[in-house]
Design a protein around this ligand. Structure first.
Ligand SMILES: [Zn+2]
Length: 119
């Protein structure tokens, strides 16, 4: 168990509160620090988030159908833009994982992205 100071704990809950206010209807949890939500994920105007769990949750089960979520923006696409649009499109994680820890391009594709999950 790692040691967390009161200050760090307060900061954590403050950020959680800001995220909850900004993304009231998300069906997943954001595990990206609040001050990194404006980080640019892609300079393209349209990207696709592929929702196809490859985690151990589906080791012994049939995987759900692949879902594709389209994200569009005139400005560079940030985490904030992605999470807002995923919220509006009812994106949800379909397994025991709850946290999105990152968003990464899928090998060989510049406009298709996968989410990195944490529990
Ligand atoms: Zn999972």
């Amino acid at each position: 168990m790692s040691y967390i100071t009161n200050e760090e704990e307060e900061q954590y809950f403050r950020e959680l509160d800001m995220i909850n206010k900004e993304f009231p209807n998300i069906k997943f949890s954001i595990a990206i620090p609040y001050n990194e939500l404006n980080d640019i994920v892609s300079l393209q105007h349209t990207i696709f988030i592929i929702n196809q769990p490859t985690c151990y949750c589906y080791k012994n089960q049939v995987k759900p159908k692949k879902q594709v979520f389209r994200i569009t923006s005139k400005s560079p696409i940030t985490f904030r833009i992605i999470f807002k649009q995923l919220m509006l499109q009812n994106y949800s994680l379909k397994c025991n994982h709850h946290f999105i820890e990152g968003i990464f391009p899928i090998d060989g594709h510049s406009n298709m992205f996968d989410v990195m999950l944490g529990s």
